[in-house]
Write a protein that binds this ligand. Structure first.
Ligand code: SF4
Length: 398
């Protein structure tokens, strides 16, 4: 069969479709857009901020026709944010591998044979140089990640991290950490150092969670989120799709996040990047349409949260990423690596921003549950690891 015939067949079919008389086609369209036929996405897109969503309501939004969901996600996004602004957050793994936990997607777990080898914590100079490089490339948030279950027995490393928080905050960046479980005291110490946000993902629904992690409970995760929020730190919490969960598990995750006493300030939506050697190495990648469904649903039910197009972005083309931004994503991770998995190059992201007319979102220092002013340190109060850049030092002494 010639290429022309292959192309022309759908046209012939659609012409056959056109034989329906025009008035009756218009009537059908009109009938489908009457208020009675509104999708759940349309019905819930204009409501007030809520923390009492039911699972059925979220399921009905999630199941809305995709283009309708995308449209209403975009509408809610525009009502709550400048749609041109996308936050750039750079994530650096400051302590890689050797983790005692058994998260089945993670190449950093010491239980699986992957190419990731356990390393010592990075030294201060390397961390602060990476933060400065991220800032120079347009990032407004810098996140330090460590492959730890928690901070027990890590006092001296924790103190170093507190110093790094002070320095990076003083560079004029938002600072985030992801260091495992936090108790109340540790959360307060991070807040006092000037931490903007703490990342602690729920990963998936409470029901599916035991199939992915057995070394810490869902409630322990929620406790860390509670400790961070009570200390006045913004919380970044989301999950991963493509772990083998069902649609109802994705809805379950969104239900838990959207019924927290305070919605997370940011909600990362990750698509699994299956890594060789992990128990999930053979998982099929998710499609961009599944990402759009998650992003738009999250946008409608948590209208003021930053929704972050996170791991797996590297697999999506610029047009696919554009649809995710349209659906309500307004944050990305930048930097060549996302902890240990590949990520988009800074330069490619710059080109994408230029092409789509996006601009980096400025930092927001007035956040956290109590909106307390976070400290800004004068150079004389800075920890030893701080080395002022020449231009900064000149302006301080002037
Ligand atoms: S996801 Fe975090 S806690 Fe789980 S194994 Fe990886 S590094 Fe450890």
């Amino acid at each position: 069969m010639s290429a022309f015939r292959l192309i022309s067949r759908p046209l012939q079919n659609s012409r056959r479709h056109l034989s329906t008389s025009l008035p009756s086609r218009l009537a059908a369209v009109t009938q489908k857009t009457t208020p009675e036929a509104l999708s759940a996405a349309a019905l819930h897109a204009s409501g007030p901020m809520r923390n009492d969503w039911t699972r059925d309501e979220i399921q009905s939004i999630y199941d809305s026709p995709l283009m309708d969901l995308l449209y209403h996600g975009a509408k809610v996004h525009r009502e709550n944010f400048n749609p041109r602004e996308v936050q750039q957050c750079t994530l650096l793994s400051i302590k890689t591998g050797g983790c005692t936990e058994d998260c089945k997607y993670c190449p950093q777990s010491s239980r699986y044979k992957t190419s990731v080898k356990a390393q010592k914590i990075l030294d201060s100079e390397e961390i602060l140089f990476a933060a400065q490089r991220a800032k120079d490339a347009g990032s407004t948030r810098f996140c330090m990640g460590a492959a730890w279950r928690d901070l027990a027995g890590r006092k001296s490393n924790f103190n170093k991290i507190l110093d790094h928080v002070k320095v990076i905050r003083s560079m004029g960046m938002e600072v985030c950490c992801t260091l495992g479980m936090l108790d109340e005291e540790q959360a307060k110490a991070l807040k006092n150092a000037g931490l903007t946000a703490y990342n602690h993902n729920l990963d998936t629904s409470r029901e599916f969670y035991p199939k992915i992690i057995t070394t810490r409970t869902y409630d322990e995760r929620l406790k860390t989120i509670d400790n961070a929020q009570n200390a006045g730190i913004s919380v970044c919490s989301g999950g991963i799709i493509g772990l083998g969960e069902k649609g109802e598990d994705r809805v379950g995750l969104l239900h838990t996040l959207s019924t927290l006493k305070q919605h997370p300030e940011s909600v990362p939506v990750n698509a699994l990047l299956a890594v060789e050697g992990t128990p999930l190495e053979k998982q099929e990648p998710v499609s961009v349409f599944e990402m759009i469904r998650m992003i738009a649903t999250a946008r409608i039910i948590m209208p003021k949260s930053m929704v972050r197009l996170s791991a797996g972005r590297v697999r999506f083309s610029v047009p696919e990423q554009a649809m995710c931004f349209m659906a309500g994503a307004n944050s990305i991770f930048t930097g060549d690596k996302l902890l240990t998995t590949p990520n988009n190059e800074f330069s490619d992201d710059k080109k994408m921003f230029d092409l789509l007319g996006l601009v980096p979102k400025p930092p927001n220092f007035a956040q956290g549950s109590d909106k307390k002013q976070v400290p800004v340190y004068h150079q004389s109060q800075m920890p030893k690891c701080f080395k002022p850049r020449k231009d900064d030092a000149a302006s301080e002494s002037a």
